[in-house]
Design a protein around this ligand. Structure first.
Ligand code: ATP
Length: 225
């Protein structure tokens, strides 16, 4: 496998805000799967929820603050530069254009997001461009909705080494330390005037305080489609 480039991890999300529930599993994947890097890609306009209260530029700045100094972690602003709803299938196509056909791409998703994958735009095409790495709670069930089981089963990789043998197309369930932290919880704490300290990096929290983000209750708009 001497000539195969190391895989690149892609962690997309709203990052509203980024927190340790994203960062710790991403670091474990970087090291365990020997990824060349993990790209954090904040969406501009999320497909599955209303437009966030905090702008995409502010959410990107929180990502940049959170990952600063961590070798192998990269903030990628390509979705901010694209008009319209941010669909991951388009993001992967643009990464493939930049990185060439040979580099294995690993789309990283939480187990909950994976179970909803069949609701993503052109979801079957995702595996044509990238592998999918599911951040799995150790011991958690891998049961899938019927709509996905037939598609996913033949693609499941039992060994991470398989991800290096082809550029796309396999699905790996990888155990990671899962931290029961969500951006929703952090936003709710901030609205109540309580501290989310120790749930996210201090540098990101400092940006939130400096820019007075997430201070007021926010009713999300209807989902974009
Ligand atoms: P929200 O609470 O606003 O819905 P979130 O905390 O789930 O946000 P996202 O930015 O929507 O964060 O998540 C991006 C990706 O990270 C998704 O694939 C999601 O499944 C995954 N993820 C989020 N939180 C965790 C966590 N605590 N552990 C593992 N994966 C997570």
């Amino acid at each position: 496998m001497l000539n195969t480039p190391r895989p690149i991890g892609i962690l997309g999300g709203t990052f509203d805000p980024i927190h340790y529930g994203h960062l710790r599993p991403a670091l474990e994947l970087l090291e365990t799967l020997e990824l060349a890097e993990v790209r954090f890609i904040p969406c501009r306009i999320p497909a599955h929820r209303g437009t966030p209260q905090v702008t995409a530029e502010q959410r990107l700045a929180l990502v940049q603050a959170a990952i600063a100094g961590q070798p192998g972690f990269v903030a990628d602003d390509r979705e901010l530069r694209r008009e319209g709803t941010s669909y991951m299938v388009d993001t992967l196509a643009s990464l493939r254009e930049d990185l060439g056909q040979k580099t294995p791409l690993c789309l990283i998703v939480g187990a909950d997001a994976f179970r909803e994958l069949h609701t993503w735009s052109r979801w079957r095409d995702l595996a044509k461009v990238a592998h999918i790495v599911v951040m799995q709670r150790p011991g958690a069930s891998q049961a899938l909705p019927a709509t996905m089981a037939e598609w996913a089963t033949p693609r499941i990789a039992l060994d991470a080494a398989v991800l290096r043998t082809q550029p796309a197309g396999r699905i790996l369930f990888q155990p990671v330390t899962q931290l029961d932290i969500s951006a929703t919880q952090i936003r709710a704490l901030l609205v109540r005037g309580q501290s989310p300290r120790y749930l996210l990096p201090e540098a990101a929290l400092a940006c939130i305080h400096d820019q007075e983000l997430y201070r007021s209750p926010f009713v999300e708009n209807s989902v974009n489609s």
